[in-house]
Design a protein around this ligand. Structure first.
Ligand code: NDP
Length: 331
């Protein structure tokens, strides 16, 4: 598949360029708002062409683009590609508003292009093992979940995430969306209402760098989640608790194919077998298969819009001090 990169970003440099190439993809060019940065980036990553003009990149006729610019640019960039029939793999959060994300879905449907959201955690072998155990009934009826995804934001990422609200900065749009998607993948449902608090611990008061929430699901499951940019020593993981047992994913909220999964029941703790693989390569493989098969990607635009809806509800609850119903209208 011929790919164009939209955004000369860290995530593409660290993970996605390799993931695309590992799936046999050819990266024909990169678009960046900065000519100098784009040219340096192209040279460093062996990409033959760079431009500041998105239309010029699209004129090179990529079959797909990967959008990893800052979040408030995603919609316009997707629209330019979808109108030309070019498939889109887009970073999370898909946008900074639900109206934007829904318009992105509609445009892709209208132009019959595939649209995927890059929620990587559902591609981890650890999370796949947790889901298989739940589906096999190993923990009985699921009753509650806990996600602890509180980290220290690496210094090289301490830019727009901590000082630019209009670009979609803040820990909620950055990490809560991932927590929502992984719980949707594991539980097969999305929360209907949330209550949350956020705080500014370390990085000024322009956007929140700490959040805790409780989410209620249609089945009655309760989940609580903790996201942070300011928690260097906590470690990360997920727990799913059921009537017959509990599943513990330790160090599994990672970009790396790492972590351990335990099943605990009847007073015994058993480590589940996991065969780690690259999360981002697996996500790209599904996207390529979806294009080839003419089907929706496993994590499509609707999934990305739903995770955004939950993140926005978390922010609204923190602001108002009220419990908030998640707005899934139209998705
Ligand atoms: P970066 O800050 O690295 O890049 C975002 C944009 O900033 C780039 O597209 C580029 O703009 C500009 N930029 C970066 N470095 C420079 C530079 N040296 N000079 C000039 N401009 C520069 O962001 P991330 O890679 O961390 O995040 C990008 C997107 O990916 C976001 O939507 C984020 O939420 C998502 N993300 C997803 C992850 C996942 O696991 N799914 C993990 C991390 C991020 P331009 O577009 O103009 O080239």
């Amino acid at each position: 598949m011929r790919w164009g990169l939209v955004g000369a970003s860290t995530i593409a440099a660290e993970w996605m360029i390799d993931a695309i190439r590992a799936n046999g993809g050819e990266i024909i060019g990169v678009q960046s708002g900065s000519a100098e940065h784009g040219a340096d980036y192209a040279q460093k990553h062996g990409i033959a062409y760079s431009t500041t003009d998105l239309a010029a990149l699209l004129d090179q006729k990529p079959e797909a683009i990967y959008i990893s610019s800052v979040n408030d640019k995603h919609r316009a960039q997707l629209e330019a590609a979808a109108k030309r029939g070019i498939h889109v793999l887009c970073e999370k959060p898909l946008a900074t508003s639900l109206d934007d994300a829904k318009a992105m879905i509609e445009l892709c449907e209208h132009n019959n292009v595939r649209f995927a959201t890059n929620h990587h955690l559902r591609w981890a072998a650890t999370h796949q093992a947790i889901r298989a155990a739940i589906e096999a009934g190993k923990i009985g009826e699921v009753r509650s979940a806990r996600v602890f995804h509180a980290v220290y934001l690496p210094v090289h990422l301490q830019g727009w995430r901590i000082d630019n609200p209009s670009a979609g900065g803040g820990v909620v749009l950055d990490i809560t969306v991932h927590n929502c998607d992984i719980l949707a993948y594991l539980l097969g449902e999305y929360p209907q209402e949330v209550v949350s608090m956020t705080d500014h611990k370390l990085f000024g008061d322009l956007v929140e760098d700490e959040a805790m929430s409780v989410w209620r699901y249609p089945s009655g499951v309760l989940a609580y989640t903790h996201e942070s940019f300011a928690t260097p020593h906590a470690g990360h993981g997920i727990e799913i608790h059921g009537s017959e047992g509990s599943l513990f994913g330790e160090s599994v909220m990672s970009q790396q194919p790492v972590g351990t999964v335990y099943l605990q029941r009847n007073g015994e703790r058993e480590e589940l077998a996991v065969n780690p693989h690259n999360l981002y390569q697996a996500g790209v493989a599904d996207f390529v298969a979806a294009v080839n098969e003419g089907r929706a990607p496993a994590c499509d635009g609707i999934a990305g819009t739903r995770s955004l809806a939950v993140a926005l509800a978390v922010l609204e609850s923190a602001k108002s001090g009220n419990k908030v119903s998640v707005d899934y209208a139209g998705v």
